[in-house]
Design a protein around this ligand. Structure first.
Ligand SMILES: Nc1ncnc2c1ncn2[C@@H]1O[C@H](COP(=O)(O)OP(=O)(O)OP(=O)(O)O)[C@@H](O)[C@H]1O
Ligand SMILES: [Mg+2]
Length: 423
């Protein structure tokens, strides 16, 4: 089948070819009615764009750098058995496992394969008082500000050899510390911002549009402050309208970033899927940040597996009686940032392109090349499930499921696209 597909699908270079004949008329017919297009779509919380990063956050010496090294299969992270081993952030791009991508590569047998990546950053440990400068203090918090999401490593393994900066193992206290520090920093930041807004807005009245907008901005910033203080919530758990989200996103708050809790267990506990802290941690998340994902793993096991070949890994996981959690963690981090992917497929290359949920066809095409967005004509799009079900592009087409999509089309995770752009 791969050969058949190879004939059907022009080489990848044709993605970069411009089409002078434009099937505009065709597209117009397929546009959704104006009413549907005008419906307000919720904007996403966080920095706009597709180039998002996730940072590894947690108390000192909880296994962040060792996790980063295992995840990135490098020794970039400064892993060591003493607190504050990491000072400067290290960055790595981690391939995001995806069975659909594997299947497409199997099917097209391309010369080159490029999966989706998650950019991950190892950050220094944070201590109680960081928001007022303790430990690595403000430098640390500016590193957290620079990322879009958080992998929070929580230590739940007992090992007298590994120092705990707080003296003993207590994940709930540790999670409280991190939450408090991030909230305190946000409060400080928001209060400063509000102060400035109010000072410059003393003479505001309701007559001009600009003044009205400024008043609304002040009201939103006040609501942010109330969410963290009076309501005791992280900003990402607040209820925001699109107008408010514009202001909230501009503030780049630490507690607005999605958090995935990674509970670092001893290998023994991970294998037997039991640890006295796990139910309590789940309870803490349900009470404080309901809905945030929790993934148990063991840095000790991951460190052991990381240097092995695929076959050795397989054998080792079998004999340990447990699977590595790194794939699941990477997928969870990617999803937490509202990232999805579409594919371009051909005999030269099968490639996954990362976009944010809600991205329209022209912007999705623009991830490959800005010309594709600027001179966008249309996309020939089929879904991964349709290709898998029908077995070939011709069959998908015959079933009427290879569709020509215009500018208003919102990309769906797993779409397979072939872009056409004008001269
Ligand atoms: N599950 C585990 N079981 C036993 N030891 C572990 C486990 N996870 C991590 N360690 C050990 O904890 C020590 C600290 O690890 P690491 O340097 O990765 O922590 P860190 O969080 O990056 O610290 P820092 O904040 O100082 O940069 C290392 O010796 C590591 O091998
Ligand atoms: Mg470290």
């Amino acid at each position: 089948m791969a050969d058949r597909l190879a004939i059907l699908r022009p080489p990848i270079l044709s993605f970069y070819r411009s089409f002078s004949s434009t099937p505009h008329l065709n597209i117009k017919k397929r546009m959704p009615p104006k009413k549907a297009a005008a419906q307000e779509k919720k904007i996403l919380l966080g920095r706009p764009g597709n180039n998002l990063k996730i940072g590894i956050v947690g108390l000192p010496n909880v296994g962040k750098s060792s996790f980063f090294n295992a995840l990135s299969e490098t020794d970039l992270g400064k892993a060591a058995n003493f607190p504050y081993a990491t000072i400067n952030p290290e960055e790595a791009r981690i391939p995001v496992p995806d069975a659909r991508f594997e299947w497409l590569c199997e099917t097209y047998k391309p010369v080159s394969r490029v999966p989706a990546f998650l950019t991950c950053i190892d950050i220094a440990g944070l201590t109680a008082g960081a928001s007022t400068g303790a430990g690595l203090g403000n430098a640390f918090l500016s590193h957290v500000r620079a990322v879009d999401g958080i992998f929070q490593v929580v230590r739940a393994f007992d090992d007298a050899e590994v120092i705990h900066v707080e003296g003993d193992v207590d994940p709930l206290r540790d999670m409280e510390i991190i939450q408090t520090e991030l909230r305190l920093k946000d409060i400080e930041w928001v209060e400063k911002h509000l102060d400035g807004l109010k000072r410059s807005g003393r003479a505001l009245n309701n007559t001009s549009l600009a003044d009205k907008a400024k008043k609304e901005e002040i009201a939103t910033v006040e609501k942010v402050l109330k969410t963290i203080t009076t309501d005791g919530k992280d900003v990402r758990k607040g209820d925001w309208t699109n107008k408010e989200l514009d202001v909230v996103n501009g503030l780049q708050l630490l507690t607005a970033k999605p958090v995935t809790y990674l509970v670092n267990l001893s290998e023994k506990d991970y294998v037997r899927k039991k640890n006295k802290w796990l139910p309590k941690i789940k309870g803490w998340i349900d009470a404080n940040n309901p809905g945030d994902p929790l993934i148990p793993f063991s840095v000790a096991l991951e460190e052991r597996l990381a240097p092995l070949s695929d076959e050795e890994k397989e054998a080792e996981q079998k004999s340990a009686g447990a699977q590595s959690a790194l794939g699941k963690i990477t997928q969870a981090g990617y999803a937490s940032l509202d990232l999805i992917r579409y594919f371009t497929c051909g005999p030269d290359e099968v490639r996954a392109w990362t976009i944010r949920k809600g991205t329209k066809a022209p912007q999705a095409a623009g991830v490959i090349h800005s010309d594709f967005e600027n001179k966008f004509v249309c996309g020939e799009i089929m879904s991964y499930t349709d290709l898998q079900e029908h077995g070939s592009e011709t069959a998908v087409k015959a079933a009427g499921k290879l569709r020509q999509q215009g500018k208003p089309y919102e990309m769906v995770d797993g779409d397979i696209a072939y872009w056409k752009s004008g001269a």
